[in-house]
Write a protein of this length. Structure first.
Length: 194
C-alpha cells in the first residue's frame, strides 16, 4: 500500500539517527525525475511534525567539471559536522558564473534530506537512515528535465545524460533504495527488488 508524505514523515522520525543526532535521508533518481519537488514536500511534512528539515541540494556541491565528484565536499562540509552534532556550512556552486559563490549553513535537525542524482551512492549510504528513489525511467526524466530547462540547455543535457548513465552503471542507487516514490503523486512504496 503506498504511503503518504505525512505517514512517511512520521516513520522517518521513528528511525534511529544515522549521522550523529541526525536521520539523514537521501532522495535520488535521474535528472528531471522530481527529486527537488519531492524533497521540498517531504521537508514540509516533516516541519509540520518536528520543525525544520533542511535540504542539501547536490547541485550546490557539483560543478561543471565535477558533475559527480562532490563526495569529498559533502563529507567534509556537511556529513562530518552533522555527525559531530555541529552546524554544517557548505559552499554553493553558481552554475551561471561557473564558480562557488556563497555558503549555506544547515543546523542539525531530527531529519536532514540530501537530494540529487547520486545521493544514494556507495560512499553516502553508510550515513543514511533511508534512501528514496524517484521511480521514473531515465528517458522520461530526461524529457521532463529538457522541457523544464528549454532548448538552450540541450547541449548540457547531452553531456549530463552520458555522465549520469556512467555514474549509475558504476555506482547504482536504485537497488539499494528502501522506498520508491512516484513523482506524479508523491506516493511511496517499499522497494521489493532489494
Amino acid at each position: 500500500m503506498p504511503s503518504t508524505l505525512s505517514s512517511l514523515a512520521a516513520d522517518l522520525l521513528a528511525l534511529p539517527p544515522s549521522c550523529g543526532p541526525v536521520r539523514l535521508v537521501a532522495v535520488d533518481g535521474h535528472a528531471g525525475s522530481g527529486k527537488t519537488t519531492f524533497a521540498a514536500a517531504l521537508a514540509a511534512a516533516l516541519a509540520d511534525r518536528a520543525g525544520p528539515a533542511p535540504v542539501v541540494h547536490l547541485d550546490d556541491l557539483a560543478t561543471h567539471q565535477q558533475l559527480f565528484d562532490w563526495t569529498g565536499r559533502l563529507q567534509d562540509e556537511v556529513l562530518t559536522p552533522l555527525a559531530q552534532g555541529r552546524p554544517a556550512r557548505h559552499r554553493v556552486y553558481d552554475w551561471s558564473a561557473r564558480r562557488f559563490d556563497g555558503t549555506r549553513e544547515l543546523r542539525p535537525a531530527p531529519v536532514v534530506l540530501v537530494e540529487g542524482v547520486g545521493a544514494g551512492r556507495r560512499a553516502v549510504r553508510p550515513h543514511l537512515a533511508l534512501l528514496v528513489w524517484m521511480d521514473l525511467p531515465a528517458a522520461a526524466a530526461r524529457a521532463r528535465g529538457e522541457a523544464r530547462d528549454g532548448p538552450e540547455l540541450a547541449g548540457f543535457w547531452r553531456t549530463w545524460s552520458a555522465a549520469e548513465q556512467a555514474h549509475f552503471a558504476a555506482d547504482p542507487s536504485r537497488p539499494f533504495a528502501d522506498l520508491l516514490a512516484d513523482p506524479t503523486s508523491s506516493a511511496v512504496r517499499a522497494n521489493t527488488y532489494r
